[in-house]
Design a protein around this ligand. Structure first.
Ligand code: GLU
Length: 433
């Protein structure tokens, strides 16, 4: 087989959505799996609806997903070539001018069959088709025509795209035939539906690719999720990029519609948060803390990568997104905390001296481990004759502002002795008022 050349050909008329992201991913995976070439072609021939902002969004979305392209084209740069081929169709008697536009003549008799690699043979009677415009009166090409010229010129071997384009394909095949060109192979990927089996939309939680970044989804998770929207490998759910490249091929693509499930995406994201290398997760957490306004860059820098990574290790136990993790990161950062009201109630006057005593004993330690924190708390409880069941929640609230969180002693050791001591003293003083 000739070396694989595939393309992702978005129209830059809006954001890149889930469906477009999946089409891009399937093409990229197909190219990488077969050691082929992944081409990005911006189909901006409709100049009234295409915007530079949308083009930038497409680039940014693909970069965020990690889908690197080997070649990139803008269709508007190829207008001369489109006009040249249109003129050739006129010479061959396959196209004619009417009302300033150029029309392709669809044969009246016979039928065209698309031998689709996924949908099987799809046959259309020519009597069902009308002649189609290939060049508008302003000389700009229409999608079906520009697509054929470009797929041919770019040596595309496989057209992998959404099933919504299946009814364009017979017209495109007729154009190939009229030009005496060999068509590529076609694989139309089944639609994506909402959980209620209606057309996928925002109300199903489906947004643009970059919306997922905003929600704190990892690119690893979205890539995994998009791959599973219409492709499967046994009953495996979690796939790394490398595994996908190794395993992805057209026979694994399902032939019925895929169903979008936002809960599954959240589950996958949590899986990926737990698998991520902690240095990287710490970096992502730091960025997100700043982006969410939880703290400023200087505070994050002062904390440093090691502490960020340790905080990330605890926060990812419960946080399903980077947003949830960042929004719960305040206790790990220096500075005062706002205590949740039901937490304040735990800091009774009775416990005040105990908090001060814990602070005193912690102060003498350097880099106490979780186990050392535990023995300090046990010791204070014993010596002051109070229950650890009363002391531990009070310490947690004083140090983290809330009653929920990871294991207390891990939490204390990650927050570190300086902050722990200062918050315990603050809480002890508060009770004096
Ligand atoms: N520009 C078309 C779209 O965005 C591309 C269709 C194709 O892949 O041929 O839907």
């Amino acid at each position: 087989m000739d070396s694989v050349r595939v393309r992702f050909a978005p129209s830059p008329t809006g954001y890149l959505h889930v469906g477009g992201g999946r089409t891009a991913l399937f093409n990229w995976l197909y190219a990488r799996h077969h050691g082929g070439t992944f081409i990005l072609r911006i189909e901006d021939t409709d100049r009234t609806r295409s915007t530079d902002e949308a083009i930038e969004q497409i680039f940014a979305s693909l970069r965020w997903l990690g889908l690197d392209w080997d070649e990139v084209y803008r269709q508007t740069d190829r207008f001369d070539r489109h006009r040249e081929v249109a003129a050739e169709l006129v010479r061959r008697g396959a196209a004619y001018e009417s009302e300033g536009a150029l029309w392709f003549r669809v044969p009246k008799e016979g039928a065209t069959t698309v031998p689709d690699l996924l949908a099987g043979d799809v046959t259309v009677q020519h009597s069902e088709l009308k002649d189609l415009v290939i060049l508008r009166s302003d000389g700009t090409p229409i999608y079906n025509f520009a697509c054929v010229v470009d797929d041919h010129d770019m040596g595309i071997t496989h057209v992998i795209r959404g099933a919504e384009h299946l009814n364009n394909t017979p017209k495109q095949l007729l154009l190939y035939q009229a030009l005496g060109w060999e068509p590529p192979l076609f694989a139309h990927v089944p639609l994506i539906l909402g959980p209620d089996r209606s057309k996928l939309s925002k109300r199903h939680g489906a947004g643009s690719v970059l919306d997922y970044d905003e929600r704190g989804i990892l690119p690893e998770a979205l890539v995994n999720f998009l791959a599973r929207l219409g492709w499967s490998h046994g009953d495996q759910e979690v796939f790394s990029r490398e595994e996908l490249v190794a395993l992805f091929d057209l026979p694994g693509v399902n032939t019925s519609a895929a169903v979008f499930d936002d809960e599954k995406l959240m589950w996958l994201n949590h899986e990926w948060l737990r698998r991520l290398d902690l240095d990287r997760l710490g970096r992502l957490l730091g960025e997100r803390i700043v982006r969410r306004g939880v703290a400023d860059q200087a505070t994050v820098d002062a904390l440093g990568p090691t502490k960020l990574a340790r905080a990330a290790a605890l926060l990812r136990e419960r946080g399903r997104t980077l947003v949830e993790m960042a929004d719960r990161a305040r206790p790990y950062l220096p500075g005062d905390l706002d205590l949740v009201p039901e937490a304040e109630a735990l800091l009774t006057a009775e416990l005040r001296p105990a908090l001060a005593e814990v602070a005193r004993r912690v102060e003498g330690l350097s880099q106490p481990s979780a186990a050392e924190f535990e023995s300090v708390l046990q010791g204070v409880a014993r010596d002051l004759g109070i229950s650890i069941k009363a002391l531990a929640p009070a310490v947690r609230v004083a140090v983290s502002g809330t009653r929920v969180g990871p294991g207390l002693y891990d939490l204390l050791s990650v927050i570190g002795p300086e902050i722990v001591v200062s918050r315990l003293r603050g809480a002890a003083r508060k009770e004096e008022r």
